[in-house]
Design a protein around this ligand. Structure first.
Ligand SMILES: C[S@@+](CC[C@H](N)C(=O)[O-])C[C@H]1O[C@@H](n2cnc3c(N)ncnc32)[C@H](O)[C@@H]1O
Length: 278
């Protein structure tokens, strides 16, 4: 009898020990994370990138989407200086429960037509991207994975094809010609999981530089063509700034589009005064 009590006691002690060490592990993870995401780090990362008047709107929309689907696997097609990865990472980092993320960034770092037109040197842009990602990495759990694929988008997306239904969130922001956007969308759509969200950047953008047919050189025609053909798989997320378009992937709905409205949340106070939303 005494022995039995002893065995039960040992087992309980052991279980408690495991529980204790698990708790400690989780607390350490949580605390170490919160120590790392501070205002200075965020400001330093933001200052690496160019100023943008669209930061606030993008941040608000992304924040609404991230509260809605809580994504951890993020694919961006068109990464440039890392601004979109920065927004995703900082918003992930301020969520109450921080999970490891997997960020895949695709870019040729050759610049789009608009960058080639202004003869923008892409070497420093890529170097900035690398620096920004270093900082983002420090905000998130160590198990997080940041993956850089330097390649033309169609080649990179074809290489990723076995990640069918893998990503929670995908941003399409590479080549801005209508046909480039259409191709990227067709390649990327299978990689998005059901109830995942696709963000289509620059829906209403048109080039400022001289081009033959402005509409063929802007994303909208490509996006509209894709949305028409895939309308039985799309719910449009509305009430968000129309600079971008936001699609929720559904299994075939058997009907034409539907829409749901998202609430625009207040921005987390950490974002005020760091150059993002001033
Ligand atoms: C508008 S920028 C991306 C901006 C970025 N998402 C952000 O929020 O800062 C477009 C990027 O797409 C890249 N790009 C353009 N066409 C591409 C293509 N066909 N394949 C891969 N990358 C491309 C350019 O090099 C450029 O860095």
């Amino acid at each position: 009898m005494y022995e039995a009590v002893l065995v039960i006691g040992k087992a309980a002690e052991c279980g408690f020990g495991v529980l204790q060490s698990n708790l400690r592990l989780h607390c350490d993870w949580f605390l170490s994370f919160h120590r790392m995401l501070d205002r200075d780090q965020l400001m330093r990362a933001v200052q690496l990138t160019r100023r943008s008047q669209t930061y606030r709107m993008q941040l608000q929309a992304l924040s609404a989407i991230m509260q809605f689907i809580r994504p951890t696997r993020y694919l961006e097609v068109g990464a440039f200086e890392g601004r979109s990865a920065l927004l995703f990472s900082s918003l992930s980092a301020i969520q109450e429960l921080v999970y490891p993320v997997h960020v895949t960034s695709v870019d040729s770092w050759q610049g789009g037509d608009e960058h080639q037109q202004e003869r923008l040197a892409m070497g420093p842009i890529e170097a900035t991207f690398d620096q920004v990602i270093q900082v983002c990495r420090s905000w998130l759990p160590v198990e997080s994975r940041f993956e850089k694929l330097k390649s033309l988008s169609t080649a990179a997306l074809a290489d990723l094809r076995e990640r069918n239904g893998y990503y929670d969130l995908i941003l399409i922001d590479a080549g801005h010609k209508a046909k480039d956007v259409l191709q990227d969308l067709v390649y990327a759509w299978p990689l998005l999981k059901p109830r995942g969200v696709m963000i289509l950047d620059d829906y209403t953008w048109v080039p400022k530089h001289e081009v033959g047919d402005r509409l063929l050189h802007a994303p909208k025609l490509g996006i509209d063509a894709f949305c028409s053909c895939f309308s039985d798989e799309i719910t449009i997320l509305s009430n968000l700034p129309l600079l971008q378009l936001y699609l929720l992937k559904e299994s075939p709905l058997g009907k034409h589009y539907q829409a749901i409205g998202l609430e625009m949340p207040d921005l987390h106070p950490l974002f005020e005064g760091v150059g993002l939303v001033d």
